[in-house]
Design a protein around this ligand. Sequence first.
Ligand code: ZN
Length: 136
Amino acid sequence: MPDCIFCKIVKGDIPAAKVYEGSKFIAFLDISPANKGHVLIIPKEHYERLEEMPNPDGKEFGELQVKIAKAVMKATNAEGFNLLLNNGKAAGQEVMHAHMHIQPRFGTDDFHYKWTHKKYEEGEMKQFQEKIRKFI
Ligand SMILES: [Zn+2]
């Protein structure tokens, strides 16, 4: 995609602090990190959304998250990490090229994931369970 900033990073038209490059994925430091050492993993191919990614790429993507998260933990001495993928505009996706955040976390850091906890009505949880199971 010609106007995609991440495709430009893949091509080398825009510099990035790469920490990993394989045949299908690259990982690099987010320029506006939640904490220092915050890494983005992206497919080299332009997929806007996670569910567009075919297997076996999806499998490799998952394995790479574990591998890079371990390296980020060791490199930053983080106490934990968040994996975050904003998938679609409704989910807060800003760069429309699928990307997974690995955000090292420290007990003393200053950001929090917050959401309001909804409640299921009587019997509703079972409906959602069945609807989701049907599509798996
Ligand atoms: Zn792209």
